[in-house]
Design a binder for this molecule. Structure first.
Ligand SMILES: Nc1nc2c(c(=O)[nH]1)N[C@H]1C(S)=C(S)[C@@H](COP(=O)(O)OP(=O)(O)OC[C@H]3O[C@@H](n4cnc5c(=O)[nH]c(N)nc54)[C@H](O)[C@@H]3O)O[C@H]1N2
Ligand SMILES: Nc1nc2c(c(=O)[nH]1)N[C@H]1C(S)=C(S)[C@@H](COP(=O)(O)OP(=O)(O)OC[C@H]3O[C@@H](n4cnc5c(=O)[nH]c(N)nc54)[C@H](O)[C@@H]3O)O[C@H]1N2
Ligand code: SF4
Ligand SMILES: [Mo]
Length: 746
């Protein structure tokens, strides 16, 4: 058993990265035998500096949760019962085989969830799962989350995965919209200890402005907080752009020769003046102009929008406006502005700007004709594809680490659709609202039984940081890589008992071949360098050693390898984000295309809504996060869930008084999609006319096996969200700014 610090007893401390959110905090896990005794922040981790939140501190509770699945479950006579791994994979091979034979592979829907981004094995094995499914019915958390940013990054600078990350440690001015890192610990900005980093801002004279319909925990710490009507950020950001033009504050700086479309943008946003948007957004013109000047005047400034900017009716247009602001103020790819990450396991281009460009809509969805985006269809269209009869109707599902019945809009409809499937395989850790419908559940190993390297989130990190952790415990069952490999074989029709090594070897061969081709290193040298490692370590080492800081299998002495990294259990910090543009541009033109036709076309929707906005009296629903909760699934951990219910409807005191609702009263909330009974929490933190309910609750459905969560069920907010409205350019769901009615007290 690997360990970093041993003592006389079998007590040991092992260093681990927390797999629960994007912050990637270093943890010190104290273990005695097979038991986690305590989890602390690792103060020697140079990136997270000892920071930990209550979720990370309860990783041991999660590991030891008796409801966490350890054995596969297979449905027999209507009941999910324990089975061996062989039986489970044979059931999958047979069940999927039957569906493919009768209805074709297009009748399989694949749904990928948030936790896969936090694990190492899926980073490698999800792509071959997708290929093995052979279906275009692919859905993921991206279209209930950040898809608008992929589209904007793809169209403007040619790489959908090059997110503009606010350089929070070096910025002089951060304009933050629709994000609450004091609760979420940051998103599309991997920066552990955001509370500490935010606290450090005033020490160097940096300002934080938060724009949010709720005075959040982050807004409390800001220099300035502006309430905004939900869903109207696009108008307000357009007004900031207009103000830059009107007051001659545009200064693109270094990248000016590579920026196209400025005049077209000027024309499009011209009607959105600070004065014209004031009533709709709820922000007066003078404040708006002052914010535009502050952005332009700061030595380095960043505009950063997240969930409250992405999961709205105009998510793409909103992200577009934020990108335009960063570019027009010279803050794109500038230290202290927004930059793109340079992960240690990635590459850095040294050629001329330009590439293949980015396209969406290479194919369209069956029922509503939605364009594919990043190879996916909108989560909000999943129920249509499951319920609408005809060739290509989804009749089987593979859900991997996802709970669509709680996470996707119009969740009651999805719940009914999942109940009617012919066959459903889930790869999960609980029997929950979604997996209770499954025919086979494969239990994922505990995170503490797996190797860890944050491949996904290092791609969004504010520093080039590398850290590898060995498993804390030996796995009780097969490794996650083996489970994926056997799943791939079963999906390909190679049966339930085929050897996982077939897939591992295929993947390693493929990776070795690519490196040999691109770097001119002979295959034998590469294979020898990784000899003797388990497959997952081979795949990771190949990435590390062929990355921009790698040792290139010996030809770049001093470079990184997995072996070297393993000697640094607290991780290795290789510095802040670096300038990557214009070389990193992958658009066809080799330029930043500010006025991409798709975005210009989508702007018509924005203009139409501006002409007919929601009435001021219309109550709008938004969501929120809490530091002790994690999307739809950490509610079975007793110490996290204790105390007053956090699944309450926050309401401004005036709105509550108008409805004669007292704090703690139960009321009915109703939308076009559905209705719920919910407890009111009167709070001056809410903007008038806006109510807030967290998502991911509602754990009292029959058949769930999560005792603690069932006793603290809460209500499922996605009963209220509407799958008929989407951000059309990205296919993203609309989860914020939902028109609702809240009943008055009887
Ligand atoms: N109304 C509203 N809805 C929202 C949001 C919102 O703000 N408001 N936020 C959206 C966002 S940003 C996201 S990312 C989605 C998330 O939605 P999902 O992708 O559904 O992710 P989670 O809700 O985190 O559910 C995770 C699932 O994975 C399982 N799981 C946990 N750990 C593991 C593991 O290690 N391995 C495996 N195989 N399974 C595991 C859990 O039991 C659970 O079933 O929700 C979205 N839905
Ligand atoms: N503790 C905890 N941490 C998490 C998660 C969790 O569930 N719990 N989930 C993780 C995931 S999957 C993600 S994607 C990230 C998300 O990370 P964040 O984006 O920081 O998510 P939230 O905390 O939901 O913050 C969204 C904010 O948007 C505001 N808002 C809503 N509508 C609007 C609007 O129209 N305009 C503006 N300006 N603001 C609006 C809300 O009031 C809320 O404060 O968090 C991650 N971290
Ligand atoms: S903030 Fe909390 S949940 Fe997120 S990585 Fe750090 S300890 Fe884990
Ligand atoms: Mo998310």
């Amino acid at each position: 058993m690997p360990s970093n610090e041993n003592s006389v007893s079998d007590r040991r401390t092992q260093y681990r990265t927390c797999p629960l959110c994007e912050a990637t905090c270093g943890l010190a896990v104290e273990v005695e035998g097979e038991k986690v005794i305590r989890v602390r922040g690792d103060k020697d981790d140079p990136f997270s500096r000892g920071f930990i939140c209550p979720k990370g501190a309860n990783l041991g509770e999660l590991h030891h949760d008796p409801d966490r699945l350890r054995t596969p479950l297979v449905r027999r006579d209507g009941e999910l019962v324990e089975a061996t791994w062989d039986e489970a994979f044979e059931a999958i091979a047979a069940g999927m085989g039957r569906v493919f034979e009768t209805h074709g592979r297009e009748s399989l829907g694949l749904m990928l969830g948030n936790p896969i981004t936090h694990h190492l094995a899926p980073a490698f094995y999800v792509a071959p799962v997708v290929r093995a499914c052979g279906t275009r019915q692919i859905y993921s958390a991206s279209t209930v989350d950040q898809m608008p940013q992929h589209v904007v990054s793809g169209l403007l600078w040619g790489d959908p995965n090059a997110f503009p990350i606010p350089d929070i440690d070096r910025t002089d001015h951060l304009l933050m919209l629709g994000a609450n890192p004091m609760a979420s610990n940051g998103s599309l900005m991997t920066a552990p200890d955001l509370p500490g980093r935010i606290k450090d801002m005033p020490k160097r004279g940096a300002r934080l402005v938060v724009v949010d319909p709720r005075k959040t925990e982050t807004a409390e710490r800001a220099d300035e907080h502006l309430f905004i009507r939900p869903g109207t950020d696009v108008f307000w950001l357009a007004a900031l752009v207009t103000t830059l033009f009107e007051e001659e504050l545009v200064d693109i700086g270094r990248l000016e020769p590579w920026v196209e479309g400025v005049e077209e943008v000027r024309g499009l946003v011209a009607p959105f003046t600070a004065e014209n948007v004031a009533d709709v957004c709820g922000i007066d013109a003078e404040t708006t102009r002052r914010q535009a000047r502050a952005l332009a005047g700061a030595a380095a400034a960043a505009v950063y929008g997240r969930i409250g900017n992405h999961t709205v009716e105009f998510g793409t247009a909103t992200s577009w406006m934020a990108a335009i602001l960063n570019i027009l103020t010279g803050n794109f790819d500038r230290p202290g502005g927004v930059m793109t990450s340079s992960p240690v396991a990635g590459r850095i281009e040294d050629g001329e700007p330009g590439g293949k460009g980015y396209r969406t809509g290479r194919w369209a969805s069956r029922v509503k004709g939605h364009p594919e985006v990043n190879g996916e269809f909108p989560a909000a269209s999943l129920a249509d594809e499951m319920e609408t009869e005809g060739p290509g109707q989804i009749r089987a599902a593979l859900t991997i680490a996802t709970n669509p019945v709680r996470s996707y809009p119009n969740s009651e409809r999805l719940d009914r659709a999942f109940a009617k499937l012919d066959f459903h395989v889930a790869f999960d850790i609980y029997v929950n609202e979604t997996t209770r419908h499954a025919d086979v559940i494969l239990p994922a190993p505990s995170a503490l039984e797996e190797e860890c390297y944050e491949l996904t989130f290092m791609g969004n990190a504010i520093r080039s940081f590398a850290k590898y952790d060995e498993p804390v415990f030996e796995s009780e069952g097969p490794t996650e890589a083996d489970i994926f490999a056997r799943l791939i074989l079963a999906l390909r029709g190679e049966g339930g008992t085929a050897d996982a090594n077939l897939i591992h070897n295929e993947m390693i061969e493929h990776a070795v071949g690519r490196i040999a081709d691109s770097d001119g290193i002979d295959r034998e040298t590469i294979l020898k360098a990784i000899d003797g490692m388990p497959p997952i370590k081979k795949l990771l080492d190949l990435k590390l050693r062929s990355g921009w800081r790698g040792d290139l299998f010996g030809s770049r002495p001093g470079g990184i390898s997995l072996e070297k990294l393993a000697k640094h259990p607290h991780g290795v910090d290789l510095g802040p984000m670096v300038e990557r543009y214009p070389n990193r541009l992958k658009t066809e033109s080799g330029k930043i295309d500010l006025a991409s036709p798709l975005l210009v076309g989508d702007w018509e929707r924005v203009q139409e809504r501006f002409a007919a906005p929601n009435a001021a009296e219309q109550l709008l629903l938004i969501g929120r996060r809490h530091v002790r909760s994690n999307n739809s699934w950490m509610h079975n951990i007793g110490p996290l869930i204790s105390g007053r219910s956090r699944c309450t409807l926050l309401m401004n005191p005036e709105d509550a008084a108008e409805r004669r609702l007292d704090d703690g009263a139960t009321t009915q909330i109703k939308s076009r999609g559905g209705a719920l009974e919910v407890e009111v929490e009167v709070s001056p933190s809410m903007m008038k006319g806006v109510v807030s309910l967290p998502h991911g609750w509602g754990h009292d459905a029959p058949g769930i096996r999560m005792g603690v969560a069932q006793a603290n069920a809460g209500v499922p907010s996605n009963v209220l969200t509407d799958d008929r409205v989407i951000d059309t350019a990205s296919g993203n769901a609309v989860l914020n700014g939902i028109p609702v009615e809240v009943a008055a007290s009887a």
